[in-house]
Design a protein around this ligand. Structure first.
Ligand code: B12
Length: 461
């Protein structure tokens, strides 16, 4: 079969509106441009799970727009997050109008399969692992079912796992590639709309497979910057140690997401920079511990909040920049929180900062609760699931106050001067870290030094 796999790629930030407000946000815009370059690891994985004998084409919506007419396929698979699901439905409609069966998959579809089925012939709920090969066999027999359930666990075990088809990226202008080392996260935050929603527990990929994928990707994309498409990479410290040992000789540069517990292990932190880790994105959510009540079932984030500055120091003094993420509009947030967040950001020395608005993605416990409480501004607001749009009534401020607070924080934080100052302060910290490391090495061996990493890179959500 000729199979077309199409990603609803790109970022969805209504920067035009922010620009219209007279805001210049170099730090923000730069990050947006950088991350928009990422291909769809979901679809490269689907391609990897496709048995030999089929002809697979990977496209992004921009490719389709430039093509004008729709290419000819026997089956089309579309992947989309919530923000662009309506565009995905429209595209599905165009293929179906030509008699081509369309399969929809991904995070949004997994959580709202009934909605998706109104626009597709088939939906895959959960990961493609365990579903896609069956689906293709059925398609060849002309007996496609309407729904397929992917595996929720063991997705990286032999029999379910397949190496993503990085070869499909050959010749394309990517400079960043995603590789997944784990799926899920045990913290189970109420708002989380990531891979936790398509797994029954935390799944970690064996280190040798992650390394094999990194090597495979490098075979097709020259010198990529790697982003681990994980929610909590260093949760398991033993795995983390093994990973650092294995990835260091690969000489790559990478970014990933994890939680503050990584700073509990100074020995692991000592080895992060030399392993190529340039930045860790960590959800701080709010600098005031009490704001985090009820965020996760174990109140883990609340208990950890008093140590946020320590986390920044521990990592940045070892040459790894921290991208601290703050969620605006938590139930405990009053209008004075914006000033407190800015004060924290300025005082913490954070190299990068990300502000997003609390977003009730469909299918999350947060969505269910806000709906129950009658606080959703609209019943259906998927195109506003950008992380920068207010979609609900905050508890202790008005919608307008939340919007104004977000804009104010952007204006204060992402100016050229502030962005540069953050970066420079981190560069100085990293220089000190390298000097200290050199001294330590020289003290033991008389040898000159540790490897010198290149400048850090940033990214947005
Ligand atoms: C990389 C990434 C991006 C890349 C995406 C590149 C791409 N085209 O995929 C970029 C930078 C472009 C991006 C953009 C955005 N992102 Co983003 N991104 C991520 C990130 C970090 C990793 C996603 C990933 O690669 N996962 C690994 C793959 C293997 O998993 P997967 O995609 O779920 O695919 C599996 C299954 O879902 C299924 N599947 C998926 N598609 C299909 C299709 C078919 C046919 C089948 C059968 C199966 C199937 O099979 C796959 C293998 O099991 C996650 C956060 C995280 N840590 O997970 C956020 C995340 C996905 N992003 C998010 C958001 C909000 C955005 C933006 C709206 C931000 C913005 N304002 O611009 C935009 C969305 C724009 C858009 N085009 O829709 C949210 C989405 C939540 C949701 N439910 O929609 C997440 C979860 C982060 C968060 N803060 O909550 N993002």
């Amino acid at each position: 079969m000729r199979i077309g796999l199409i990603a609803m790629s790109g970022v969805r930030v209504r920067t035009a509106e922010l620009a219209a407000l007279g805001v210049t946000l170099p730090g923000f815009v730069r990050r947006g441009r950088v991350i928009a370059q990422l291909p769809s690891l979901g679809l490269l994985t689907v391609a990897g799970l496709t048995p030999p004998g089929h002809e697979v084409t990977y496209l992004e919506v921009d490719d389709l727009q430039s093509l004008g007419t729709l290419p000819e396929f026997d089956l089309v698979g579309i992947s989309s997050f919530t923000a662009r699901i309506d565009a995905a439905y429209a595209l599905a409609g165009r293929f179906r109008a030509q008699g081509v069966p369309v399969v929809l998959g991904g995070l949004h579809v997994s959580l709202l399969p009934d909605e998706a089925l109104e626009h597709a012939d088939v939906v895959v709920v959960g990961g493609a692992e365990g579903a896609w090969p069956r689906l293709l066999a059925d398609a060849e027999r002309g007996r496609l079912a309407r729904r397929y359930a992917g595996a929720l666990d063991g997705v990286f075990e032999p029999g379910l796992y397949a190496v993503p088809r990085f070869d499909l990226l050959e010749g394309r202008p990517y400079s960043r590639i995603t590789v997944q080392s784990s799926r899920g996260c045990p913290r189970a935050c109420e708002f989380c709309a990531a891979s936790l929603r398509i797994t029954s527990r935390f799944n970690q990929k064996p280190v040798d497979r992650v390394i094999a994928e990194i090597r495979a990707a490098r075979g097709y994309v020259a010198e990529p910057f790697f982003e681990l498409a994980d929610d909590n990479t260093f949760l398991d410290r033993r795995w983390g140690e093994d990973f650092l040992r294995a990835v260091t000789p690969e000489g790559i540069r990478y970014f990933t997401e994890t939680d503050v517990s990584v700073a509990d292990d100074p020995a692991l932190c000592d080895r992060l920079a030399a392993s190529g880790c340039r930045q860790l994105l960590i959800g701080f959510e709010s600098p005031r511990a009490d704001d985090l009540a009820g965020l996760d079932p174990a109140e883990w984030k609340r208990r950890r909040a008093p140590r946020l500055r320590h986390v920044v120091d521990t990592l940045q003094s070892r040459g790894v920049s921290v991208n601290g993420c703050f969620i605006l509009g938590l139930d405990a947030h009053t209008p004075d929180v914006f000033g407190e967040i800015l004060e924290f950001v300025r005082g913490s020395g954070l190299a990068e900062v990300q502000y997003t608005v609390l977003t009730p993605f469909p299918g999350t416990p947060l969505h269910a609760r806000l709906r129950r409480e009658g606080r959703l501004l609209r019943e259906r607001f998927w195109d506003r699931c950008t992380l920068f749009d207010v979609t609900f009534t905050p508890k202790r401020m008005t919608v307008e106050e939340l919007e104004a607070g977000l804009r104010w924080l952007f204006e204060e934080t992402y100016t050229r001067r502030e962005t540069e100052a953050r970066l420079q302060s981190f560069v100085a910290q990293r220089r000190d870290a390298r000097l200290a490391a050199r001294r330590a090495v020289a003290g033991y061996t008389g040898a000159p030094a540790v490897p010198v990493p290149a400048p850090s890179a940033g990214r947005a959500p």
